[in-house]
Design a protein around this ligand. Structure first.
Ligand code: NAD
Ligand code: GLY
Length: 358
């Protein structure tokens, strides 16, 4: 069992990573102080892990809220169902919400916790690789709007993050691969050694080697904790974690959030961002090819859907990274280094969007 700390100044919390954590009563007792809890999960994960978590919280009064599964359900409506469950169970500010599931559940449950009675505590219990390496850490919570991804949300840090690596055993291959996209992202934006390590260890990761997965999770969480500690609210540095996301979010929104997993859309977005960086003379062709190669090794998609260049741009302009009318993009200089800029010729962006989306 490994423990890392996230320290954002006004609050700090542990990330615990290891095997068998969902059945570790001592750990859960120590990290869930409240007498009353609401576990928020979905129909798939409830079937797999809810009994385990409930058993470990046997000394608490535990209510549950089971949402439908899927990104298309990350909406104000399902967040409303979490509020309904909190009200129906007469839970107050001293209660704790547990988000048991992937990034979708973590984002909805975190958002509902941020809003209910102006904020109650929540604990992230991520069960996908993507959620363990990224979404459960750092306090971004929210839901989608038909006009754009994650348009409604709050920065609201959890009380703790508990990553039970055993839960990854039941992930469908496609979902595991989608999580690898975010690990590859950390290599691109921060850590060239992690990128090299991924290159050498991709087969082990895909075979779910426990040591390899634990290393990837711990290193990713370390990087995320370091970035978030410096810039919790994404005024500057944190924007680097959105590499590939502006293009990816447009792909997700244009396909009604039901065609691509978030990590798959990010993989496509990173490729497009790398290509744009190359067109702008910021990066060299072999860097772009290395990225394409590692995404292929991870079994991630490399051909974007033809959503139309104009539609893509319209959706990208709804992105939260638009400031004073200018669309900021995260561009790749080399593996391990990106820049965030709105200084690029619109014609180059248009040509890239036409190439990939039209
Ligand atoms: P997801 O939550 O939809 O999970 C993917 C699928 O795996 C779902 O069908 C889910 O039911 C299933 N599942 C979950 N755990 C399982 C398990 N252990 N065994 C078997 N099946 C399991 O998707 P995701 O990839 O985890 O998360 C994507 C979401 O995370 C997106 O909405 C994205 O916007 C969000 N996100 C948020 C942040 C953040 O900082 N808040 C960062 C990255 C991504
Ligand atoms: N996933 C990007 C961030 O948390 O900032």
């Amino acid at each position: 069992m490994q423990t890392l700390q996230v320290d954002v100044g006004h609050t700090r919390y542990p990330i615990t990573i290891g095997s068998g954590l969902l059945s570790n009563r001592e750990l859960l007792e120590s990290q869930v102080a409240a007498d009353d809890c609401l576990i928020v999960t979905n129909t798939t994960v409830a079937h797999l892990y809810l009994p385990n978590l409930r058993a470990s919280l046997a000394k608490r009064r535990v209510a549950e809220c089971i949402l439908p599964d899927g990104e298309q359900h990350k909406t104000l409506q399902t967040a409303g169902w979490v509020f309904d469950a909190l009200v129906a169970n007469k839970l107050n500010r001293d209660a704790t919400v547990l988000a048991l599931g992937g990034g979708v559940i973590g984002d909805i449950a975190g958002f509902a916790s941020a809003c209910y009675q102006r904020g109650i505590g929540y604990v992230q219990v991520p069960t996908t690789l993507l959620a363990q390496v990224d979404s459960s850490v750092g306090g971004k919570t929210g839901v989608n709007h038909p006009a754009g991804k994650n348009l409604i949300g709050a920065f609201y840090q959890p009380l703790a993050v508990i990553c039970d690596t055993d839960t990854l055993a039941t992930l469908p291959d496609r979902v595991l691969r989608a999580g690898l996209a975010e690990v590859i992202k950390y290599g691109c934006v921060w850590d060239p050694l992690l990128f090299d390590w991924l290159d050498r260890n991709m087969a082990k990761l895909l075979a779910r080697d426990a040591d390899a997965l634990t290393y990837a999770i711990a290193r990713s969480c370390e990087i995320k904790a370091t970035v978030v500690a410096q810039d919790e609210r994404e005024h500057n540095l944190r924007a680097i974690l959105n590499f590939g996301h502006t293009f990816g979010h447009a792909i997700e929104a244009a396909t009604a959030y039901d065609t691509y997993l978030h990590g798959e859309a990010v993989a496509l977005g990173m490729l497009i961002a790398a290509d744009l960086s190359h067109r702008l003379g910021l990066t060299k062709a072999p860097v772009k090819e290395r990225l394409r190669d590692i995404l292929r090794q991870a079994g991630l998609p490399t051909t974007p859907p033809r959503i139309g260049a104009e539609r893509a741009l319209e959706l990208m302009r709804m992105d939260k990274k638009v400031l004073a009318g200018a669309l900021r993009l995260v561009l790749l200089e080399k593996i391990g280094r990106v820049i965030v800029t709105s200084e690029y010729p619109q014609t180059t962006l248009d040509a890239t969007l036409t190439e990939y989306f039209s």
